[in-house]
Design a protein around this ligand. Structure first.
Ligand code: 4GY
Length: 225
């Protein structure tokens, strides 16, 4: 899979070079390409923002550099083009899985007060929000999307199992987990987990998942809230 990310702040994406995502790129399981929108500005001072028609606070990203940046990408017409925005459809695990099946994704990150609407009309397939709060730009949301979808790409996680048990993958919140030592600060690991009885362990985990989901996210199992 190839992901092109368009931003005025490519230096914000250092985290994508670390940990599992860094390794996945080294193995060519995933290719992440950062594009600096400013490189495409035809303004003599490389300006990429301007005042909004109709007045109001703040600056908007101008369409020309964004348009030229997107259309410079080989295969941009067929790529799935996303704009990160609080106005978008709310992101979730199912969406992550769907996006992970695309061959080529382009993610546009807005900054300041956002972008000229005509870019969305001309080029964007979908606006996606990572939740009901407003950040200073789309860069952190873009990283959340890339990170979450990457877990479904072969060669990113150690074993395929790792996406199966977790919170949301089975529609439930995850059960509590423990590692050594067996006692820490006076708190013991539940006996069942050290019993060696795998059936009992599975049953306990399922019960714990249901219990925590009912308590914190009853709407996930079709109950009140
Ligand atoms: N929430 N989900 C989000 C965001 C910042 C103004 C456009 C979000 O996706 N993006 O808060 N983005 C805004 C700031 C310009 C991006």
């Amino acid at each position: 899979m190839r992901i092109d990310i368009l931003t005025l702040f490519p230096e914000m994406f250092a985290p994508l070079q670390t940990s599992l995502l860094g390794k996945a790129q080294d193995k060519n399981a995933l290719e992440i390409n950062l594009i600096n929108i400013r490189d495409f500005s035809k303004d003599k001072h490389k300006k990429c923002d301007d005042y909004t028609f109709g007045g109001g606070n703040g600056m908007l990203m101008t369409p020309q550099p964004i348009y030229d940046a997107i259309t410079s990408i080989k295969g941009y017409k067929r790529a799935y083009k996303i704009y990160m925005s609080p106005k978008g459809i709310t992101y979730n695990q199912e969406k992550a899985k769907t996006l992970s099946q695309k061959k080529h994704i382009i993610i546009l990150c807005g900054h300041y007060e956002g972008i000229d609407e005509r870019i969305i009309d001309l080029l964007i397939d979908e606006e996606i929000s990572i939740g009901d709060y407003v950040l200073t730009g789309g860069e952190i949301p873009a990283m959340a999307v890339v990170d979450s979808l990457s877990r479904y790409i072969d060669g990113v996680l150690g074993d395929i199992n790792s996406t199966e048990d977790e919170s949301f993958s089975n529609g439930l919140l995850e059960y509590p987990q423990y590692t050594r030592p067996q006692e820490f600060m006076g708190l013991k690991v539940p006996d069942v987990l050290v019993s060696g009885d795998h059936q009992k362990v599975d049953q306990w985990r399922k019960e714990q998942s249901i219990k925590i989901t009912k308590k914190r996210r009853p709407e996930l199992i079709g109950e009140g809230k």
